[in-house]
Ligand binder design. Structure first.
Ligand code: NAD
Ligand code: UD1
Length: 334
């Protein structure tokens, strides 16, 4: 299949490119390189032996996209491109709505013009908002109690895709709601670039390990959880990438929605302990106040993806820590 990955030089897109190329698919990448580096293409080539064709194009550049689609002849678009820093989205809401929602509308218009009917979209568990339950299933209500513009953009794009599918019977969309992606490629060549604005746990652990941040602030140790710290469903990025392959192989007209998670939650202190075991180093941390908007515990129910896509995670936190540390060693060498 000929597949366009928007945001394909980014963290999740680059790992997905590797899995698709390994299966023999013809992968092309577009990215504006706002939050990723062109050198990622060489890393993909080093792992797979194939360097994907690359377009440095912005989702907001309609002419650039039109030209790319005219050349491309794509069967499927996997749409990763977007801004994702939750804190920044609160400061700059218009930037987030314009880039993520406006950019996706441009992409969908371009797909329509060039007769591309299939899209897989990177959504997030954030669309579930706060529901007072810890295990999420796809049929739960979404869009209520979302605490930031980033999360709102994911909800809005989901709604746009549902409306397009209603209007166009042969449109095929898969919405993948990611839980918390962590880890790196086992080669140590690809991973989450710790240069971006970190507010998520794993990039901060990486920055502490690199000595760029003195210590980790653990946001709250008085939640009703195993050890009082927040619990999340951390999914290895390679498992996540393989979830896209599984979804791609089972596309149908209309919109299908899947959680991509492990179904297991891990606490912040358990993550710290796992990092220390894998690295053999102590990770300095202090207990800090709760972060506003945080939930005690949230976890995927991944049953639907397992039943319908035949996909489930195969890697665990120990694998994620081992691969992250291998990637960190390469970052340190630079
Ligand atoms: P990332 O920042 O590493 O990758 C996103 C890529 O999109 C970047 O390379 C960036 O340069 C590009 N991009 C952004 N705006 C663009 C534009 N207007 N035009 C062209 N390219 C643009 O992020 P990621 O972690 O790989 O996330 C990929 C997708 O998954 C995003 O949509 C993100 O919101 C979603 N997601 C991520 C997480 C997570 O924790 N990493 C969780 C849930 C959902
Ligand atoms: C956050 C976002 C969510 C987004 C998701 C993935 C908020 C409120 N929510 O969710 O919208 O979809 O990232 O991008 O920002 N932690 C610490 N110290 C830190 C950082 C995190 O203790 O310095 C804790 C958090 O309290 C939480 C866990 O680590 O318990 C994971 O945090 P994080 O990686 O930010 O993910 P989410 O909270 O799931």
């Amino acid at each position: 299949m000929k597949i366009l990955l928007t945001g394909g030089t980014g963290y999740i897109g680059s790992h997905t490119a590797v899995e698709l190329i390994k299966l023999g698919h013809d992968v092309e990448i577009m990215d504006n390189l706002f939050n990723s580096k062109i050198t990622v293409l060489d890393k993909i080539a080093e792992i797979t032996g194939v360097k994907p064709k690359f377009y440095q194009v912005d989702l907001l550049d309609v002419n650039g996209m039109d030209k790319m689609f005219a050349e491309g002849g794509y069967d499927l678009v996997i749409h990763f491109a977007g801004l994702k820093a939750v804190g920044e989205s609160v400061e700059k809401p218009l930037l987030y709505y314009k880039n993520n929602v406006g950019g996706t509308i441009n992409l969908l218009e371009c797909m329509k013009k060039h007769n591309v009917k299939k899209i897989i979209f990177s959504s997030s568990a954030t669309v579930y908002g706060e529901q007072g339950v810890t295990e999420m299933t796809e049929d739960m209500q979404t869009g209520v109690g979302i605490t930031n513009p980033y999360g709102e953009t994911k909800f809005m794009i989901e709604e746009i895709l549902k409306d397009v599918a209603k209007a166009e019977p042969d449109f095929e969309a898969v919405i993948l709601r990611y839980f918390n992606p962590v880890g790196a490629h086992e080669s140590g060549l690809l991973g989450e670039d710790p240069n971006d604005i970190p507010n998520n746990l794993m990039p901060i652990i990486m920055k502490v390990s690199l000595g760029e941040i003195p210590e980790l602030s653990v946001y709250g140790d008085d939640y009703d959880t195993v050890d009082g710290t927040g619990m999340r469903d951390y999914i290895h990025v390679v498992d996540l990438a393989r979830g896209h392959v599984a979804a791609m192989n089972k596309m149908n007209p209309g919109v299908s929605i899947y959680n991509l998670g492990t179904g297991r939650a891990t606490s912040v202190l358990e993550m710290v302990a796992a990092f220390e075991r894998a690295s053999g180093e102590k990770l300095p941390y202090k207990i800090a106040p709760r972060r506003p908007g945080d939930l005690a515990k949230i976890c995927a129910n991944p049953t639907k993806a397992e039943k319908e896509l035949g996909w489930k995670t195969e890697l665990d936190i120990e694998d994620a820590m081992r691969d992250t540390i291998r990637y960190l060693k390469n970052v340190k060498k630079k």
